[in-house]
Design a protein around this ligand. Sequence first.
Ligand code: BMA
Length: 317
Amino acid sequence: MYQLSREKKAHALFKRFQGNPIMTPASWPYPTNAVFNPAAAKLNNETLLLIRVEDMRGFSHLTVARSADGLTNWDIDSEPTLKADQSSREERWGLEDPRIVWLEEQKQFAVTYVSFSEGGPVVSLAITKNFQTFARLGSLLPPEDKDACLFPRRFNGRFALIHRPIVRGEAHMWISFSPDLKHWGDHRPLIMTRAAYWDCHRVGLACQPIETEQGWMLFYHGVRNTTAGAIYRVGLALLDLNSPWKVLRRSAEWVLGPRASYERIGDVGDVVFPNGAVVHKETDQLYLYYGAADSTVAVAIAKLSDCLEYLMSCPED
Ligand code: BMA
């Protein structure tokens, strides 16, 4: 149902950082075509972004950038941090769109990313403590699959993965379970595209799941195809804390859409594509890191409590 007060809240949640875009190909220590779709984590009191970097062949790899305040003075690795392993066939066309989550049990970070090859995109998993050395655990589910992240802990003994397979040409978000991070099953549809809405053609997870007292807060991207091309926007959902296959709330409105010139113009215009968020509990702030127009990295800031209040005013899914 249309509600002006809720619509105003959705519109006002995020403020773009005035120094946007925070990183562009010109910031890079080596030649690149585009830097975009960053995953985010906190490590040693710094904000760490793992950024998709597209080279001049059109293939991507992942590179780390670190900053003390999460906004300025980014220290970018002088070489690619995680490159396609040419001996592994599913990575031959590069690595794309990472997400990072801290695994409490392993005391390590899990990085899920898209491995691309002639076989189609698959989700792969790597584990790391320091973002210098990585243990690669291989691909998780068959193609075509993207937009995946683990939860930080198990549910009734099982790990859980949100991901986005393409089924019958449709692009919905699913959740799957595993006892060992290797064998996956109990696949369930989670968040479906919504006819007629801004997210009617595709949906996919944006950032890592964020734990709150009310439930797991999810950012997801939603796509509408128009006569001028696709528009990628960002919405919110809330999952039950102990049963994350249950969707409690879903935003009727998008909370971030392409408006700034760097979001509208680039290699792929009209795209905002977040892959990571960092919550600063002391200030109740949430920094949402996103790729803008498949070309640069940007950040928008909201209050976590405002996001939750807005979500709770949205209908049940
Ligand atoms: C999606 C992904 C993203 C990209 C977006 C817009 O399918 O491939 O990496 O940012 O399209 O081009």
